[in-house]
Design a protein. Structure first.
Length: 364
């Protein structure tokens, strides 16, 4: 079977070319063709020798997930449903703004963590995505959208906030991150690439040492009792351990703060008293908060906090000196907003077979 070159990071592709008896610089040439030019046809790579192009046609391929369905929201948000085989599909969302284009990518088919307010978690978990399935989302979206008038790809920011927990697919997620950051590939700034985690403490520590990017942590509760219910992984990595890991992460992070994501659920985690408790909880962690109005989905059992409750909650945080943003809901009319991504997951049983102590050992 031909080797999909999108499964290689820079070092791996260089080693692969060496195995074929080729010089290391060939890897950089091919990377520029694949990612900077968006080229998938080896024959079009005109600065490669004909003999090398013929060899690559025999040994390699450039294959990205195929699109099953795509939707365009009234606000310009785009959502693609991508086939990742074995009956599974994942969702990728592009959010255009005046000063940036952000792509939200998935890292797993489904999710094992079963956060109670998240549609993705209700789909169960099937498997980790490969490197090509992760970076292929960015390749496809850029290719689909086309370069702008200045000849640049439209996607300037990437957030690993789609389906799945990226730190439970650590090796493949980090390989994809390295491709995004490499100057021969997309050359994105570490400040413009964000990994969102529900709080896998060993993964946070490892990411700090190996590939620090902007970090977002799904917090959603001011105490362990409530977070145990909303984010079950908290039973394995409680708040004290999680916040300590966040503080350690800042030693090497590209930004001088952690972003805490907080979905506001009516009557559950949105009171003034809970906001004050939250202020005390994060007092020693340089941070900003991204408040997220809950995006409903069928049988969720939750309602979005009303406008006044959100305003009061925000005011308490801001009065303490915390920077707060309230996320503008984008793509809700095509179920592309935060917490709404569902995709298609063939085997929905594996989540129930995973105990909290096993979660960090999830593999393909």
């Amino acid at each position: 079977m031909p080797q999909n070159l999108l499964d290689f990071d820079v070092a791996q592709l260089t080693a692969w070319f060496a195995e074929q008896g080729e010089k290391p610089f060939r890897a950089r040439q091919v990377l520029r063709w694949i990612y900077k030019s968006g080229e998938a046809d080896f024959e079009a790579m005109s600065d490669l020798a004909v003999s090398l192009r013929n060899k690559m046609k025999q040994l390699a391929c450039i294959q990205v997930p195929e699109v099953i369905h795509q939707e365009l929201a009234t606000d310009g948000t785009r959502k693609w449903l991508l086939d990742v085989h074995t009956g599974n599909a994942v969702e990728t969302v592009y959010i255009p703004e005046a000063d940036r284009g952000t792509l939200c990518v998935s890292t797993q088919a489904g999710c094992a963590l079963n956060c109670s307010f998240c549609s993705t978690g209700k789909q169960g978990f099937n498997r980790n995505l490969s490197v090509s399935e992760i970076i292929g989302q960015l390749w496809w979206a850029n290719h689909q959208l086309g370069k702008n008038a200045e000849g640049n790809w439209p996607i300037s920011n990437v957030v690993m906030m789609g389906m799945g927990e990226p730190l439970l697919n650590y090796e493949h997620s980090v390989a994809a991150l390295r491709l995004m950051l490499d100057d021969h590939v997309y050359g994105l700034s570490r400040r413009r690439v964000t990994l969102s985690t529900s709080g896998i403490v060993p993964g946070i520590d490892r990411l700090r040492e190996e590939c620090p990017v902007a970090l977002a942590v799904s917090l959603h509760a001011p105490n362990d009792k409530l977070r145990d219910q909303l984010v079950p992984i908290n039973q394995k990595y409680p708040l004290k351990e999680l916040l300590a890991a966040c503080t350690r992460y800042l030693e090497k992070a590209p930004r001088d703060f952690i972003t805490f994501e907080y979905v506001l659920l009516d009557g559950v985690n949105d009171s003034v008293a809970q906001a004050r408790e939250l202020v005390r909880l994060v007092a020693d962690v340089p941070c900003k908060f991204n408040l997220i109005p809950f995006n409903p989905f069928p049988q969720s059992g939750y309602r979005c906090s009303n406008t006044n409750a959100i305003a009061r909650f925000r005011e308490v945080l801001m009065e303490s000196g915390i920077v707060v943003t309230t996320r503008k809901t984008r793509g809700a009319d095509i179920q592309a907003a935060c917490g709404q991504l569902a995709g298609l997951v063939q085997d929905k049983t594996r989540r129930t077979l995973l105990k909290p102590l096993q979660l960090y050992e999830v593999r393909q």
